[in-house]
Write a protein that binds this ligand. Structure first.
Ligand SMILES: Nc1ncnc2c1ncn2[C@@H]1O[C@H](COP(=O)(O)OP(=O)(O)OP(=O)(O)O)[C@@H](O)[C@H]1O
Ligand SMILES: [Mg+2]
Length: 395
């Protein structure tokens, strides 16, 4: 630039053909220089832009992959419906929910229940939460409309949450409250009735008074046991019971329980056989396990009199398998899935007659499960029942 300036000054001052030539030549040289410099510059800008686009594309691909991974990790059917009604993003659970290979809310191959919900969410552009039952599953559907700048509707997102178990739990809880209040109300009503009669001014029957007093004591004891049993079971279920585990000999344990119950067993004309290796040791809370086997013996006394109980224990590596078998009245097939439920009593009210409240097996199950073990039943109506318990032999 400086040279060009000097040349220009010289050309203007001297105005010779040589200086004028120099001036023209200099201008051409500068133009050529600038042209190539700009070309290189543009080229480098182009390259940089290309590289940046490439990086941006890679980033966009990564972000999309992450989004797909994320929505597939959500264990509920999820879909984003764009403003045209197309399923723009959806996870595998949504695809298996609608079953068909559909691409938009208008596809008539989608089952009416689901399609109606999708259309409702898409067309009404409003947020809602609703419940629906589809193929035996209870769903809670949440629809969220998506808005862009200017409050413009940009489609909606739907998530289908499986709430079958929650509803099941609610139903069970309601049933439990109904059963528990019924069971508690019965002895309370009978106590109140007897007290009312005894409080009448003209009541002077001493024999009935003695009888009523005994009956009231019996009902009060039943109530007390029931409340204790319920509390114990709920504490066991919420792991609030501390198990005092010790190592003890199983054969001696069975012998002592049968000895404790010898009178009741004798009256029920039940013979007991114990098949247990002499040296078999378990690690458990002996007091709680006594509750389990006392329940099983009480049941045998009530539902399998005039028969035989056979208790067999087998050492199976780190587990012990105990079979408690009777040859009594057995359990009807349709009753089997329910006998470990709270307050469930078999037909004929035989256990009610015996003062049972249907909590024995529910508590036994909770005790065994609190030990990390399992209990199940196999039974044939009119032939007998087998309760099979598995317990860990070690800690
Ligand atoms: N060994 C058995 N043989 C036949 N039926 C049985 C036997 N054990 C249990 N059942 C059936 O299962 C039901 C539930 O038993 P569970 O021990 O839980 O309650 P319960 O004996 O009726 O009352 P509770 O034990 O609270 O005094 C019983 O009412 C009975 O119908
Ligand atoms: Mg019982």
């Amino acid at each position: 630039m400086v040279i060009f300036f000097i040349l220009s000054v010289l050309a203007l001052v001297f105005q010779t053909p040589f200086t004028i030539f120099l001036l023209i030549f200099g201008q051409i040289a500068i133009w050529v220089f600038n042209h190539y410099r700009n070309k290189d510059h543009i080229k480098s800008i182009k390259n940089t832009a290309k590289q940046e686009t490439k990086v941006a594309n890679v980033r966009a691909d990564e972000a999309y992959d992450n989004l797909v991974k994320l929505i597939n990790a959500i264990p509920s059917p999820l879909v984003y419906i764009n403003q045209k009604g197309d399923f723009e993003v959806s996870n595998q659970y949504f695809n298996s929910l609608i079953k068909v290979d559909a691409e938009s809310v208008y596809d008539i191959d989608i089952d009416t229940v689901i399609r109606q919900t999708l259309l409702d969410a898409f067309l009404n552009e409003r947020q809602f939460v609703k419940q629906l039952n589809y193929r035996g599953i209870d769903f809670q559907v949440l629809s969220i409309p998506l808005m862009v700048e200017g409050n413009r509707y940009n489609g909606c997102m739907l998530i289908f949450q499986d709430i079958t178990r929650v509803l099941e739990g609610e139903k069970m809880q309601k049933r439990f409250i109904a059963d528990a209040s019924h069971e508690l109300r019965t002895p309370i009503a009978s106590i109140k009735g007897m007290i009312e009669i005894m409080n009448r001014s003209n009541f002077n029957d001493e024999e009935t008074r003695t009888e009523f007093n005994l009956q009231i004591e019996k009902e009060a004891n039943r109530l007390e046991h029931m409340v204790e049993d319920l509390l114990l079971q709920s504490r066991l279920k919420s792991k609030q019971v501390y198990l005092e585990k010790t190592r003890f000999n199983l054969k001696q344990f069975f012998d002592s329980i049968v000895y404790e119950k010898r009178q009741a067993l004798y009256h029920a004309k039940i013979e007991t056989i114990i098949n247990c290796p002499e040296d078999l040791v378990v690690y458990a809370d002996q007091f709680r396990l006594t509750q389990v086997f006392t329940n099983l013996i009480n049941n045998a006394i009530n539902y399998a009199p005039d028969g035989t109980i056979e208790i067999t224990a087998i050492d199976n590596k780190d587990r012990v398998i105990i079979e408690f078998k009777d040859n009594g009245m057995g359990i009807k097939e349709e009753m089997i899935p329910h006998i470990f439920e709270r307050f469930y009593r078999g037909e004929g009210d035989r256990s009610r007659e015996k003062g049972g409240s249907g909590l024995g097996l529910a508590i036994s199950k909770s005790i065994i499960e609190a030990h990390g073990g399992s209990i199940r039943v196999e039974s044939e109506y009119q032939k007998g029942s087998s309760f099979i318990i598995e317990l860990k032999t070690d800690a």
